[in-house]
Design a protein around this ligand. Structure first.
Ligand code: HGY
Ligand code: MN
Ligand code: MN
Ligand code: MN
Length: 415
């Protein structure tokens, strides 16, 4: 089929319009959009208006996963899915996730305009809560859809103020039996997500398309260190059991253990650290910090996680403090489906787009969709590989090429 025409002005305009729906104190391109907030709901309303304008049938599940469907000529067949997320971590950029949702919509509109008629229905999905910001665990929407997380485990998650997932989703207006969110077997024939690379490779290699062959295995844990507080002036150094000094040693040990790992793909991040009571002249009595640990090899990651836990326990004894740690998630990596990979490769080749096969170091909802459908991902370059920052950027040309490759991939899978 002829290359579908992408209306990139319209698409960039929609991305920028979506970016204005934000809680970030800074103006766009900085974006903050946390799941189940008023802002999240306004963004969903905006997206729904675009789906309906494209004539798509919209379905929303019990936790807000949103499915916009272009009915195929054989609607009983498993559909072909695409999509991503629209929630954004604090002070994020405007392209992470949104390129996959609005780009998926644009791919459908371009195929419609080209007169293509899919046999299998094509759905663009907006997953609820890909980011771990509110509930500490990412991808709760695709975890529930794929069965990777049970409803019983989902409702145990609480947000920063201690409200549980079920309370928060209902307050946001989502109801219904959580078990109904699990996709029936064969619901999708294939699932392909378009996403910015969030890394430097494609730009460095001057390539338009990344065809993802595997998604790294993410694990998250949190640590609570309890020492003894006291007066900053009155407690002499030998008598101190300072929770923050002990935590600093633990955080430094995490960095050393990860760097000493034999795996070049091992990455460890302590992204959040809270000090109690947090007063200038009071010795920290309690510190809580998080760990994000990833590798493309799940066994490697688990071995380093165990090493970190042991090291943290040793430091706690040495420093005379108590430490509790819990693992929030330790997911296996996902491997892309060969047929979906070759459909994306053929699309790039037919468009004369430079491409490479590569792994995804960021996780995505596709990590879980791989459990219920043959999965693939298409990456586009982002400037300097920067992401999760306001200066995250992908050019209109890069976005248009990615959407065109996605459209041809979807057409070949749904034809
Ligand atoms: O952290 C990640 O990899 C994803 O962007 N949530
Ligand atoms: Mn992200
Ligand atoms: Mn993302
Ligand atoms: Mn322990």
């Amino acid at each position: 089929m002829n290359p579908p025409i992408i209306d990139i002005e319209r698409l960039v305009g929609e991305l920028q319009q979506l970016a204005t729906i934000s809680d970030c104190p800074e103006p766009p391109p900085a974006v903050t959009r946390v799941v189940f907030t008023e802002t999240d709901l306004r963004a969903r309303d905006y997206l729904r208006s675009l789906y309906e304008a494209a004539g798509l049938a919209v379905r929303v599940d019990a936790i807000g996963n949103t499915f916009a469907r272009w009915e195929g000529s054989e609607p009983s067949l498993g559909a072909v899915g695409t999509g991503s997320h629209c929630d954004a971590i604090p002070h994020a950029g405007l392209y992470d996730g949104t390129v996959g949702v609005l780009g998926g919509l644009e791919a459908i509109r371009a195929l419609q305009a080209a007169g293509f008629q899919p046999r299998r229905s094509i759905e663009v999905v907006m997953f609820t809560s890909e980011e771990p910001t509110r509930f500490g665990v990412g991808c709760t929407g695709s975890r529930l859809m794929s069965g990777a997380m049970s409803p019983a485990d989902l409702v145990k998650l609480t947000d920063e103020v201690g409200d549980d997932y079920d309370t928060v989703r209902k307050r946001a207006g989502f109801s219904g039996d959580l078990a109904s969110a699990k996709l029936p077997n064969g619901y999708y024939e294939a699932f392909v997500e378009l996403h910015i690379e969030q890394g430097p490779e494609l730009e460095a290699n001057d390539l338009a398309i990344g065809v993802v062959t595997a998604i790294a295995a993410p694990a998250q844990a949190d640590f609570t260190v309890t020492g003894e507080g006291g007066h900053a002036g009155a407690v002499l150094m030998p008598r101190r059991r300072d929770a923050l000094i002990a935590s600093a040693a633990m955080v430094s040990a995490i960095d050393s253990v990860a760097r000493a790992s034999k795996s070049p793909d091992m990455v460890a991040t302590v992204g959040k650290l809270e000090v109690h009571p947090g007063a200038v002249n009071s010795i920290p009595s309690r510190v809580r910090f998080t760990l994000d640990l990833r590798d493309i090899d799940g066994a490697n990651r688990d071995a380093v996680l165990k090493e970190i836990e042991d090291e943290v326990d040793r430091i706690a004894v040495e420093r005379g403090v108590k430490v509790e740690h819990r693992i929030l998630n330790a997911d296996p990596p996902a491997i892309s489906d060969k047929n979906v990979v070759s459909a994306a490769v053929s699309a790039a080749e037919s468009l004369n787009l430079g491409y490479q096969e590569m792994i995804s170091r960021a996780y995505h909802d596709s990590l879980f969709m791989a459990r219920v459908a043959p999965m693939g991902m298409i990456f586009i370059p982002c400037r300097g590989g920067v992401s999760h920052r306001p200066d995250e950027y992908s050019s209109p040309e890069a976005i248009a090429a990615g959407v065109q490759a996605l459209a041809l991939t979807l057409a070949s899978l749904a034809g």
